[in-house]
Write a protein that binds this ligand. Structure first.
Ligand SMILES: *Cc1c(COP(=O)(O)O)cnc(C)c1O
Length: 398
């Protein structure tokens, strides 16, 4: 019996402790963590700088309230604005909350322009969270099912298709913004096509739409730049982050620039915990660690090594459709659903995830050693080969 609601289909292990990219379960088995708590553990488990900062802050001040000034929140806000070329930040506790803030800002932007029914364009196969507004924005019927009525004020477009957005813009005067992941995460590690983000930036400028990039999974250095939108040298109006920002401390942020940064006023939005001293201290330590250790460069190098290594080992075998992604956001698409891969990898001492049914997803810490990288490639190669071979012998080809 468990006292927990069955919101998760949990694997049959429990982790007791971890260091770097390694975790140990309560039975003493060790695992190489190639999932990083789903893109959260950027600088490794129990990173010394981050854990020391948290311990020190826990003895100094954990929480006051947003009724008072919070110097650590000011500091982290300034740091994030600097990295993202943004003007202002609202701090919260999760990704979904960061997106809620973004959606509320988009609606304020619309009302200010005299649009009484503001509508945000969202993408097929998007994932934006589990609150009512963010599950509505999510492009996956399974996540919405049973929770109807959904929230109004969204319209959907195919991902990475500028013409479709132009068409919506020509037909719908209520559009106030476009929200998207520069690289879709849950949707199967699908990067927007080259030039799309730059084209979208232009389109948003033409129509006075807010360009909102959900960088909760791909941001904070995961793709080798602080933010994935920076690969196309564009600056959105709003960027949301969470996951890696606290390396495990719950914290999210909605950043905005220009007019969009001024729309939230006293009384229009808030949260009790958001941006408390403990969470902000962790966020500052994460950024410092990434900078001090030049981890963005490291992400680019080892991301390429992993993709190249996997292309050599399994890229040409039947059943592997594509090996893609950017930096340490890596997807290996198979030609069939492969939920069994998670258990096979677990038995091999490797933590991975499968998303969109047939895409093996890797989101490892940026601090993988060369030896970790080699082991990751070896173990995953073994699992993919074993999975496809068993399927072949059982006559279950796609
Ligand atoms: C994880 C994720 C979210 C939701 O974040 P939570 O912290 O789980 O609420 C939103 N958008 C993207 C792209 C994500 O990967």
């Amino acid at each position: 019996m468990t006292a927990l609601m069955s919101s998760y289909g949990r694997l049959p292990i429990s982790i007791s402790h971890g260091a770097g990219a390694w975790l140990e379960d309560t039975e003493g088995r060790r695992y190489l963590d190639a999932l990083g708590g789903i893109a959260v553990i950027a600088v490794g488990h129990c990173n010394e700088r981050v854990s020391n900062a948290i311990a020190d802050q826990a003895r100094t001040l954990i929480h006051t309230s947003n009724l008072y000034g919070i110097p650590l929140q000011e500091q982290l806000g300034a740091e994030l604005c600097d990295l993202a070329a943004m003007d202002k930040v609202f701090f919260c506790n999760s990704g979904a909350e960061a997106n809620e803030a973004a959606i509320k800002i988009a609606r304020l932007h619309g009302h200010k322009r005299g649009i009484t029914n503001p509508t945000v364009i969202v993408m097929d196969n998007a994932f934006h969270g589990r609150t009512l507004a963010t599950l509505t924005a999510t492009g996956n019927a399974k996540i919405q099912q049973g929770f109807e009525p959904l929230v109004s004020g969204f319209t959907r477009a195919p991902f990475s298709d500028l013409e479709a957005l132009e068409k919506i813009g020509a037909e719908n005067d209520n559009i106030v913004g476009v929200m998207l992941e520069p690289i879709q995460g849950e949707g199967g590690i699908r990067p927007a096509s080259q030039g799309y983000l730059a084209g979208l930036r232009q389109l948003c400028d033409q129509h006075n739409w807010l360009m909102i990039t959900d960088e909760i999974q791909c941001g904070m250095g995961r793709t080798g730049k602080w933010f994935a939108s920076q690969h196309e040298n564009i600056v959105p109006d709003i960027i949301t982050v969470a996951k890696a920002l606290g390396n495990g401390m719950p914290i999210g942020a909605c950043m905005a620039r220009g007019d969009a940064a001024e729309l939230i006023q006293p009384g229009s939005h808030g949260t009790t915990f958001g941006g408390n001293p403990l969470a902000c201290r962790a966020g500052l330590a994460v950024i410092e660690e990434i900078k001090e250790r030049n981890l963005l460069e490291r992400v680019t190098v080892i991301g390429n090594t992993i993709r190249e290594g996997l292309k050599q080992s399994v890229g040409n075998i039947q059943g592997v459709v594509s090996i893609r992604g950017d930096g340490l956001m890596i997807g290996i698409e198979l030609d069939r659903d492969c939920p069994e891969m998670v258990g096979l990898a677990l038995d091999a001492g490797l933590l991975i995830n499968v998303t969109a049914g047939n895409v093996i997803r890797l989101l490892p810490p940026y601090t993988l050693t060369d030896e970790d990288v080699r082991l990751l490639i070896d173990r995953l190669t073994g699992c993919i080969t074993a999975f496809l071979n068993t399927q072949e012998s059982q006559g279950k080809t796609a």
